[in-house]
Write a protein that binds this ligand. Sequence first.
Ligand code: BGC
Length: 751
Amino acid sequence: MNTIICEEGLRPEQAEFLGSKLLMGNGYVGCRGTLEEYRAEQLTALTMAGLFDQKDGGWREPVNAPNPFWVQARFNGTPLSVLDTQPVSHRQWVETDCACQGRESDFSAARVTARRFAHREQRHILALRYTVQAAVAGTCEMKIAPDLCVWDINGPHLEQTSFRPEGGALRVTAVTSELGTAVDLAQLVSCSCGRTELRGDGFYITAELAAGQTLTADIYAALYKSTDPDAADPVRAVQSAARQGFDALLASHRRSWEQLWRQVQVKIEGDEQADLALRYSMYLLLVSTPFHTDRVAIPARGLSGQVYKGAMFWDTELYMLPMFLASLPQVARNLVRYRVNTLDGARAKAREYGYRGAFYQWESQEDGRDGCTEYNINDIFTGRPLRTYFRDKQIHISADVAFGLWEYFRWTGDESLLLEGGAEVLFECARFLYSWSYYKPEKKRYEMLDVTGADEYHERVNNDFYTNVMTKKALEAFRGAADYLQTHAPDRLEELLDRLNFREDLPAILEFERELYVPSPDPKTGLIEQYDGHFRMEDLTPDELRARILRPNEYLGSPVGLAVQTQVIKQADVCLVTALFPQEYPPEVRRANFRYYEPRTEHGSSLSGCIYALAAVKCGLAEYAYPYFLQAATLDLAGAYKRYVGDLYIGGTHPAANGGSWMVAVRGFGGLSLQQDGLHLDPALPQGWSGLSFPLCWQGLRCRVHITQDTVRVEADRENPGPLRLQVCALACQAAPGETVELPCPKEAKP
Ligand code: BGC
């Protein structure tokens, strides 16, 4: 099924939004949904994954490549550009089945169409077919050349740029200003008619067109950076692409996407809007996914530009990893391997702050470099930079990394990751969290002080619930890995204990796990205090808080924001825990905390809505679950997100909300969970849904699950090495390879 997200009509003021909404990419490069005539002003960008640069003391951010899709065309002297000529009609779209962008603009005398993509498998190859169809006889002139005038927040990042014709292509080389990494691009153009001349700065095309005649320009580009393990000569690569031709390239690209969709597709029946929104959310996540490498994960704004420094946050482990674990474990492996590969950066950060072990970066870039600065936001009133403590105090990132890694092991049973550095990460994260903790002898417990939890509006608090719970999870993971190695690879355990000088830490960390303080629900109310003293803060609603705002985009968090001294929170913290681990809290506790925290949440983060949806499903609060789900799943479609905090632009795509939407659909409504005794399916479909189906992969066993309002069908893959066992609505179920099992799922069995 081809889902096309199409924008009819030209609204120049929407260029920023459409750039993100119509994003395409292949995990190596992300191409904003801009038009061929667009340049930096319209935020044109081809954001390269894993290539970062710092210029003149500005923030480190990803590098945007020279834009090979830049076309300047004229027909009978009139620019075929929406920047200069008002089109009679105009449409722009992205196709989610094959990650292709398209446009069609009718300029009366001539009609322009374009279709372009970044090849999913030949990931260095980009292709654009640009056509001009003449309505009247006339002369078409075009200049096609890679454009250096692309969107840069803290750039320009490319220096020593040179253009030169080579082997019929135009080669552009440049180096990044900080590390001198080379960016190497070659472009080749092939036209259906007219005369094409390659000069030093571009391809010049002139064609005399009869009325009704079409000029087709196929534009190919090959893009590399010198740090690519498969870096090659871009001229040869682009020549080979041109030999394959646009149609063949598109066909193989499309086949590859079709194959990918077969492995991940979730289908909602009876609710087209939700089905489309979820498919689009998953699409956005997939275009920014590093299928090919474990040297990067998925940045907080995907590959939609340089916002949030192109950095990888805890968003990856908590919001995106679940989808990959259940459907594309090989990609999940890349994502967690990224943390193994960046362990040294995390160790260096722990040392920098006077701790031991691994303190993962809040905003992690290539090689585990820290993108996060101490002053992240400017005070909107004074213009002065505000000292924020995201970098220093969000220690839960190390716990999240450990949790993600252990989740990977639980879902896949792949011990190779543990043996190839994963266990070391778990040991070092545990050591870091231990070195951060304080033992309170009078209370006989360890506490986590001076931290920032999931809710960023309350910085530097003590015993943040989410942080303490996740610390406990990280310690369980550490113990689990140590036990596993003890049984299955005792030599490796010994080697690790010696190499990390861990023998003394081992008993101390086990004691830390036993005696770590984790706030428990109040026995009378069931409420869990988000951090020490939270309930003493001023109690008001987000609307009452908003009424105090003096300037648009005022930052509500630390140090002096309006929310700081109040109970208004930015995003789920306690409810994040009850949503993720519902089995660990009785239903009345889950419900009490939902009812308390939800009306006090400002949803200042795109990480919030999906979690309240999930929490609501787990509380049986259908009236909240579906609206929050829809809000999260349509976030990037509707563009209903914050664009500025103070004077800081934070727009782009929202992979955490995209992955979070999958979590609500599959883990929430589909009721999928991995518990101590294995996989469970306890669905609770929204009333209007007649069906939900999704692929599932667990410990090398695959199946497709079909859920209706009262049945669950499991179709086990023919290739499975053994039977798949799971609990469906509390009934044990087993499906042999190739077998389909259907079970009733009575309403009473639902959570
Ligand atoms: C959220 C963080 C999140 C970051 C990147 C912030 O607004 O509060 O939890 O990690 O955005 O998505």
